[in-house]
Each structure stands twice: as C-alpha cells, then as structure tokens.
Design a protein around this ligand. Structure first.
Ligand code: PLP
Length: 383
C-alpha cells in the first residue's frame, strides 16, 4: 500500500491542478475525492467511551482502519487518548506498530505456526484462540509478552469453547503465556432483541468470573449500546468510530467521518426510448438530463448499487441509472438545473450515510467502508 500523507497525490500532477487539503471541489486530475474527518473519529471514540465510564475504550483498526487509512487514523486516535488497538492480521499489527510505538496492539486472528518471533520482536499481542496456540505462546514467550485469550460464546469462528476456557482457570499456562485479557465476540449485537445477546452476556460473565485477575472484553460497536453487562473492562468498537450506525433503526449517535465526492464529466439530454450504459439496462420514458460521474466500481463504488443507489447534486437525491461501469456512473439530474460539467456529486455524505449506501447495494455499510478504493484523491481533515 502506498504511504499516504495529508493528501495522496500522483507525482506527475502539476501543483496547480491539485486541490489543497480542505478545498471541497475535486481536483480535475482525479475522478473522485474521499475526505476522512480525523477529528470526527476522535470525537466518536470519546462518545463511545462516555457510554461506559468504568471501561477503557480501545479501537479496532483492522482492514486499513476500515478503509480510512491506518497510518493516518491510528495516530489521530492516539492523540485523542486511545491506548489499546486491535487489528486482524499480523501484517496489520506491524503497520500499526510503525505508527504507534507505545500502544498495546492485539492481533485478533491469532497465532499462526512459526509467527511468534515476529510478535515478540514487535511487541504485538496475539489473541490466542485454542489450547494449541496458548501452549505454543507459553513455550515461546514465557511471560515476556502479554497476550489475550479468545473464548467462543456463539460465533463458532475463533476461540475456545466456554467449558474448555473454564477448565483453564488456574492452569499455569495462563500465567506462563502472559494472558492479560479474556475476550469474546457478539453474534448479533446490532439486533438488541435477539435472545443470543443475553445468552452470550451470561456465558461470558461466567468466563470473566473464572479469571478474576484478567481484564475482560466483549463489546464491539453495537455491543457498547447493549448496556453495562456487556461492557466489562475494555470496549472494542470499530465501525462506529468511522461513523457507522451502531443502533440500526435509531438516530445514528456517531459523527459522520467519510465523504465521497465525484466530478461530473459530462451532462447530456436524452429523448424517450434512448437507453444508457452497458446492456441498456435503463431506457428513458421521456426527455431526461443525464450526468456522467468520474467514478465506478474500480474505485470501490459498488456495482450492486446499479439502478438502486443515489448521489446528491446540489443537495438533490439523483438516481443512479443503469449499470455502474468500471470508471463511470450515470445519474438522472433532470431535477437539478445547476448540474454541469465540472460540478460534483456526493456519493457518501450528508443524507447518504454509510448505512443507506450499504442498503442500496444490498450489503452493509461495513462493506462499503472497507471497499473504499485507492484511486481516490484522499484528504484528511481535523485530528
Ligand atoms: C471487527 C471486530 C470488532 C469490531 O466490530 P465493529 O462491529 O466494527 O465495532 C470487535 N471484535 C472483534 C473480534 C472483531 O472481529
């Protein structure tokens, strides 16, 4: 991945065609512009922490900080006061360590055979998911480096079954492996009425009670909103830090973080019967004005939003017509007289929040975020 500064620019673009950071119009040399509000990420981290005053709030920054750019996001969270981070892979842990020299960094996906020395050399903490991993770590890092123990309370994905974890209480390998955190993950935290939440909360409470000298962690973003029983000593939010709504169906309590804007390359009029885009999936029923945006699925804008999604032009929601192409999207701007070549459209931002865009593409906002492409010019605000 290329290093990203305040703004990632191609060296071949003469300075006069670049947009300075903070300027809202997309630079002519790029199709689209992604603005990440680092100040809003810090504010969201604080807001989540306020909901559990007795717990520490960590930050999950896997998948390049949910597509927002780990090398910019991680230091911003550190400046906001965050001291504990979670990533998925060892490679992400190495990237996080490079910009967070003093943080506690846990690697969720566990210990792969032969990788322990890299963890130790970079003071990364594996989240151990089996007795095998626990024994290996205890043998290779006797008490030198902390680690976490992952307990499975319903996902059947990573972690020890609850009875196996309870059987380890008092086992010398817990101390030998330097375990300082016991954690589990919620199946349906964003659906608070699902009975599985109460079952997991109760099972994990038994696990936490069996390891009274360890810190415990259960809550992801939505878990923070399930109430005090889900909080324990360490929160593990990801999505909500980046503006995703942790309480679907209710007003989003988080500040928006990501804004995606694309330039209008052309505007044209079509008559009844004319079609637009690949495979002529849309045909005009009457005269229409179309705007072509310089952004497509190769930028990470989902092709599944074809014929379903919207973009905002001058604040008006304009439907996406026909199929999203690799580099272009066609909008119906009939209702926006000001839409013109050189103008811009908002694909994510304002009323088009992440969750709305995810729904339009038949997916979730998480996938929209983590799919954000590297072709945009990126600008970082605040922080
Ligand atoms: C991704 C992840 C999180 C963060 O979840 P969000 O829903 O994004 O807040 C927390 N814990 C584990 C184990 C995860 O894999």
């Amino acid at each position: 991945m290329p290093p990203r500064g305040r703004e990632h620019r191609s060296p071949t673009i003469p300075p006069e065609t670049r947009a300075p950071t903070g300027e809202r119009s997309p630079p002519a040399a790029h199709g689209a512009r992604l603005t990440v509000d680092l100040g809003a990420i810090g504010e969201n981290w604080r807001r989540l922490g306020v909901r559990a005053p007795d717990a520490e709030c960590a930050a999950v920054i896997k998948a390049d900080a949910y597509g927002c750019g780990l090398s910019m996001v991680a230091p911003a969270l550190w400046r906001a006061g965050c001291r504990t981070f979670f990533v998925a892979h060892l490679s992400e842990g190495l990237e996080a360590r490079a910009c967070l020299p003093e943080a506690a960094i846990y690697v969720l996906n566990g210990l792969l055979p032969g990788s322990a020395s890299l963890y130790i050399a970079n003071t990364l903490r594996p989240v151990l998911g089996s007795v095998e991993e626990l024994s290996e770590w205890a043998a290779l890092s006797p008490g030198r480096m902390p680690a976490a123990l992952h307990v499975d309370t319903g996902m059947n994905r990573l972690g020890l079954p609850v009875p196996d974890a309870l059987a380890l209480a008092g086992d010398p390998r817990i101390r030998a492996a330097g375990i300082d955190l016991v954690m589990s993950h919620l199946v349906s935290a964003e659906l608070p009425d699902e009975p599985v939440n109460a079952r997991q909360v109760a099972d994990f409470a038994r696990v936490a009670a069996a390891f009274p000298h360890l810190r415990a962690s259960l809550a992801n973003s939505s878990g923070v909103f399930l109430g005090g029983e889900a909080h324990h000593q360490l929160l593990r939010p990801g999505y909500a830090l980046f503006g995703g709504n942790p309480v679907p169906g209710q007003t989003n309590p988080m500040r928006p973080v990501v804004r995606l804007e694309a330039g209008i390359a052309q505007v044209r009029t079509v008559e009844a019967g004319q079609s637009a885009g690949y495979n002529a999936r849309w045909t005009a029923s009457g005269p229409r004005r179309l705007a072509t945006l310089s952004l497509g699925y190769a930028d990470g804008y989902p092709r599944a939003a074809s014929g379903r999604g919207h973009a905002l032009v001058d604040g008006v929601a304009c439907p996406i017509l026909g199929l999203v192409s690799m580099d272009l999207v066609i909008l119906d701007v009939t209702g926006v007289p000001g839409a013109a070549r050189g103008g811009r459209a908002t694909l994510i931002g304002d009323s088009l929040d992440l969750d709305t865009v995810g729904r339009a593409a038949g997916t979730i906002g998480y996938e929209i975020l983590t799919g954000l492409g590297s072709r945009y010019v990126r600008a970082y605000a605040g922080g």
